[in-house]
Design a binder for this molecule. Structure first.
Ligand code: SAM
Length: 239
């Protein structure tokens, strides 16, 4: 065991992410609406249209949190497993599924970097607003590749970097000033939202992230920008 600077920083990130999502779980859905002006719902609808789930398929919704993507996927009749590292987020999700009478979802506490599922289990893997929180993104991508069947599809919805210059400035000002304030006002939790904004700023841009997906073994990797790349859908195939 070594306690060099990097190990400490890495352990801190995992702990910090755990604290953040335990802290925001109860207010998570309200905050998503408040911060994105409801737009996250449209992005998620568009994402699931890209996935094109089909009845009978098995889909792993990684970092599935409170179930937003899984609920949309399961309308197709696909068998969806919602996996997340954080039990508090999954509990909120399970309550929501009961209230909305959405049956058939499997809920699993899992770290995206070290999945307990066997090889080649799923037809599709989705991860929405989750991968930037993962400490070792390369390990999560390698695990996604491992658990997918041949012919399986990988889809990621994540904040990225908008290439619309004026918009980038407006967004920067909004996210750094307003989002922590909204976090304080609505969830009494300024720090967690400051962390979330910081993690968006640090995440690789579209071409770099596409390169990481290719490195993990995926082919025909594409990046589809939304709002100039403020948000992006990346996809790839396992062959
Ligand atoms: N996918 C949901 C959505 O779009 O509403 C939830 C997104 S939420 C912003 C991010 C989620 O990633 C949290 O529920 C958090 O617990 C989860 N997460 C963070 N690190 C993780 C990891 N290493 N493995 C699995 N889940 C992780």
């Amino acid at each position: 065991v070594s306690f060099g600077y990097t190990d400490v920083a890495v352990a801190e990130k995992t702990t910090k992410v755990g604290e953040v999502f335990r802290s925001v779980a109860a207010k998570y859905d309200l905050m998503n609406d408040a911060m994105s002006g409801g737009m996250h719902r449209l992005w998620k609808d568009r994402f699931v249209r890209r996935v094109k789930p089909r009845a009978g398929e098995t889909i792993l919704d990684m970092a599935g949190g409170t179930g937003d993507i899984a609920f949309r996927l399961s309308r197709s009749g696909a068998q969806v497993t919602v996996a997340d590292i954080n039990g508090a987020m999954l509990e909120v999700g399970m309550e929501r599924a009961v209230k909305r009478a959405i049956p058939g979802l499997v809920w699993a506490e899992e770290n995206a970097e070290t999945l307990s599922f066997g090889d080649a289990r799923f037809d599709a893997y989705t991860i929405a607003f989750g991968i930037r929180n993962v400490t070792h993104i390369d390990r999560a991508l390698a695990e996604a590749h491992r658990v997918l069947k041949r012919g399986g599809r990988f889809f990621c919805l994540e904040f990225s970097t908008t290439v619309w210059p004026g918009f980038a400035d407006v967004y920067d000002a909004y996210s750094h000033r307003m989002v922590p304030k909204l976090g304080k006002l609505l969830a009494n939790d300024e720090d967690s939202y400051r962390y979330l904004i910081e993690s968006i700023r640090r995440f690789p841009d579209m071409p770099r992230f596409a390169g990481m997906i290719e490195q993990a073994g995926f082919v025909r990797v594409t990046a589809e920008p939304i709002l100039g790349g403020l948000v992006a859908i990346h996809s790839g195939w396992k062959i």
